[in-house]
Design a protein around this ligand. Structure first.
Ligand code: PXP
Length: 245
């Protein structure tokens, strides 16, 4: 397998723009800077409340992104309609609660399996890959396989939030086990949420890890070090520490 790819989530470039309701900073320009500095793809989350990324951004990004274009989305009818017109390379289905600050938990695949199956069929008919954002739990991985997903995206949030060494170790073990189980089941593996320069390396050892989706920390670091340098630094950490290369 080639090394793990980096898809930069640029939602928070749009967050800054929306804070003023003006036109800068422009996520499209941000995407080009990310790709010119080592990003292998671009990820955005079109949220139901449109708090950051807008429909226009998604269409404009579809035209400029040269690498993988991954659209994170909830399974609501209006978002599905936008995604069907955009035809990204991949959609990542996420749960969404309007009041949350960010995506707080993974999808409950078993509970929503028939809806997920239907949505997967719609996007497979458009040749769009489908990834399910899930907690690292073998039963949920297994349900994702049953649903017909191409990828799981392992939610790394609990690992990233763990403080005590034993909690970090336990969360890494859960992710390791889930990734191995997914590979054996024929699912492809992505991961993301809460990853930073100082916690990403252990995640790179997950079996079959193809893609990391990293947003908030890259954009935060960009405020001080500039976006090109923040992307280059994350990309170098991934390249230097990916066992697959
Ligand atoms: N993956 C998914 C499915 C997400 O919802 C998010 C946050 O939008 C990310 C990855 C990126 O998380 P972060 O911004 O914490 O890097």
């Amino acid at each position: 397998m080639p090394g793990t790819i980096l898809c930069v989530n640029i939602d928070h470039i749009a967050t800054l723009r929306q804070a003023r309701g003006e036109y800068e900073p422009d996520p499209v320009e941000g995407a080009m800077i990310c790709e010119n500095n080592g990003a292998d793809g671009i990820t955005v989350h079109l949220r139901e409340d449109r708090r950051h990324i807008q429909d226009n951004d998604v269409f404009a990004l579809r035209d400029v992104v040269r690498g993988k274009f991954n659209l994170e989305m909830a399974m609501s009818d209006d978002i599905i309609e936008v995604a069907k017109r955009v035809v990204p390379d991949q959609i990542t289905l996420v749960p969404e609660k309007r009041a949350e600050l960010t995506t707080e938990g993974g999808l409950d695949v078993a509970k929503n399996i028939s809806r997920i199956r239907d949505v997967i069929k719609v996007f497979h008919d458009l040749n769009v890959l489908v990834s399910l954002f899930i907690e690292p739990d073998v039963d949920i991985v297994s349900a994702s396989k049953d649903a017909g997903a191409d990828f799981i995206e392992i939610h790394t949030g609990r690992y990233c939030n763990a403080v005590e060494a034993e909690d970090v170790k336990r969360e890494l073990e859960r992710m390791t086990h889930a990734a191995e189980y997914a590979c054996n089941a024929g699912l492809r593996v992505n991961a993301g949420h809460g990853l930073k320069f100082n916690n990403v390396v252990p995640v790179l050892s997950l079996a079959g890890l193809e893609e990391l989706n990293i947003g908030h920390s890259i954009i935060s670091n960009a405020v001080f070090m500039g976006l090109p340098e923040a992307v280059r630094k994350m990309k170098k950490i991934i390249l230097d520490n990916s066992p697959g290369i």
